[in-house]
Design a protein around this ligand. Structure first.
Ligand SMILES: Nc1ncnc2c1ncn2[C@@H]1O[C@H](COP(=O)(O)OP(=O)(O)OP(=O)(O)O)[C@@H](O)[C@H]1O
Length: 491
């Protein structure tokens, strides 16, 4: 004879089965309903048509979060081979052709089902600003050619245009602070220092600046619920290539047949053409009236003398405001930390000077040593570095040092506030990301609402509540529970 288990009645078994099914169903629905969708991405493409070259950046962000909360990240960068589009003024079609290889690259990196909806922008900076000043019809023809080429791509081409210096500075600042998560979290922001080939930008927040003293340097933002009064200025012609032209123009004012340049290493020698040197609007007004066709440019490598040459391209005396950087441009008091990118990074990286805890005096000494190194020795020390760049590091380093200290007024105390950077969390520092975030309305003015609980927390709470309900349900059925009799039932 078997003893009968009082729980093994049909009713309790049915209740238990229904209860378990109910819990499984409840948890399954909660998980499926609220689970983040399998990551599917959206894309945006920005072409940075700079003075020295064009680069294409592809950005991606989670598709279900394009309403402001998803992180936008750079997934790919393609360097267009050849020079900047402004160098194709005499043959604009080639400017369009030059972009094709990178556009084919983009077709591979962006999934084909997303091609049609992916916005594609081209922004041109100081190279095209200068071409536009020199010959606006030629600049239009270049834009026409690149636009025709980009329209043929499968992406949604949104137009090609010149960014103002103010936009370039402000979007560089947005990029740096977005990537550092400073905007969304409302943290103290970082200033942005950008050194291009033809222009340079400085952008930062200073408590002493509300835009009233120099409105043309003021950009107001409201991002994630915070207001920012940004100071920004772009110095056209003060990118590193145009600054070098101005330094050479200063040394060739009398139209000599040869110059000995302290900004180039001893042993460097090249024959240069006067008309090529003076073709840029940054120096064209200063072309010596009587000069031979060419001049011999040789180096003597002296940092201190080079600094004097470099200083000659700045005007430190004129200032109608309470304080200025240079050339009569207002600049509020420096404040906070700074991210310095583009040529700042390339040059300081070569000089092994990206660590700004090194005292300013040591930076000066390192530059003095670099300039004093004979050019042949330098070439032997750095066989991997392109000659075009190696030639110019003494000038470029001296220019950066002078621009930061004498131009923007960084001191031995504040120099360590600068961080020389190329990328932040995998994305390049530069104006392109800020530009795309702005055009796609990806940064909201107000802080987005956040859910009460994270997803995992939400599922746990639902599960616990379901279990409690189930236990209560079983308890509420107590009257139906089979009674345990004292005597064992005999079946
Ligand atoms: N490895 C390197 N070493 C030194 N200089 C470099 C290196 N790579 C690039 N450069 C130079 O750095 C400068 C800045 O480059 P970047 O691409 O930021 O400028 P750009 O976009 O062409 O100029 P702009 O923004 O003024 O139109 C250019 O003069 C470029 O030739």
């Amino acid at each position: 004879m078997k003893e009968r288990n009082p729980w093994h009645t049909p009713l309790t078994i049915i209740i238990a089965v229904i209860g378990v099914i109910a819990i499984v169903a409840l948890v399954t629905i909660a998980v499926l309903q609220n689970k983040p969708l399998i990551p599917k991405y959206k894309y945006g493409i920005v072409l940075d048509a700079g003075s020295s070259h064009t680069a294409m950046y592809i950005y991606e962000w989670p598709a279900e979060k394009d309403n402001n909360t998803g992180r936008v990240e750079q997934t790919h960068c393609c360097k267009v081979s050849g020079s900047g589009i402004s160098d194709y003024a005499s043959d604009p079609k080639l400017a369009g052709e030059s972009l094709k290889a990178c556009m084919r690259d983009a077709e591979r990196f962006v999934p084909s089902e997303r091609h049609e909806e992916t916005p594609l922008y081209l922004g041109a900076t100081a190279g095209m600003r200068l071409l536009n000043i020199k010959d606006s019809a030629a600049s239009d023809r270049v834009f026409q050619a690149v636009s025709e080429s980009l329209q043929k791509s499968p992406f949604s081409f949104q137009g090609a245009r010149i960014l103002s210096g103010q936009e370039e500075g402000a979007f560089g600042w947005v990029t740096v602070n977005y990537l550092d998560d400073r905007l969304e979290q409302g943290l103290e922001t970082t200033g942005a220092l950008d050194l291009g080939g033809a222009s340079t930008q400085i952008s930062f927040i200073s408590d002493s600046f509300d835009g009233s003293e120099s409105p043309s340097n003021y950009v107001a933002f409201r991002l994630y619920g915070n207001d920012y009064n940004l100071y920004t200025h772009s110095f056209l012609c003060y990118g590193k290539d145009q600054a070098l032209r101005m330094a050479l123009a200063h040394q060739t004012q009398s139209g000599p047949g040869s110059i000995v340049d302290p900004c180039f290493n001893n042993g460097y020698s090249a024959v240069k053409n006067y008309s090529v040197l003076y073709e840029s609007p940054c120096v064209s007004g200063r072309k010596p009236s009587s000069a031979p066709q060419t001049f011999t440019h040789t180096g003597k490598g002296n940092f201190y003398e080079c600094q004097e040459v470099v200083k000659s391209i700045f005007n430190f005396t004129e200032c109608k405001y309470s304080q200025c950087s240079f050339n009569g441009i207002f600049q509020p008091t420096l404040q906070g930390t700074y991210g310095a990118f583009s040529a700042y990074y390339f040059v300081m990286k070569f000089l092994n000077l990206t660590d700004t805890s090194v005292p300013l005096q040591s930076v000066k000494e390192a530059l003095a040593r670099l300039c004093a190194t004979p050019f042949d020795t330098l070439k032997k020390q750095h066989p991997e570095v392109k000659l075009k760049f190696l030639n110019e590091y003494c000038f470029s380093g001296t220019y950066i040092f002078t621009l930061l200290t004498e131009g923007y007024n960084f001191t031995s105390r504040t120099f360590s506030d600068i961080k020389f950077i190329k990328k932040i969390k995998g994305s390049d520092a530069g104006w392109t990301l800020g530009y795309m975030l702005n055009l796609t309305n990806m940064i909201p003015a107000e802080a987005p609402d956040t859910p009460l609980l994270p997803h995992a927390g939400y599922v746990s709470v639902i599960t616990v509540i379901a279990l409690v309900l189930f236990v209560l349900f079983i308890l509420s059925l107590r009257p139906l529970w089979p009674r345990c009799s004292q005597k064992p039932q005999i079946v």
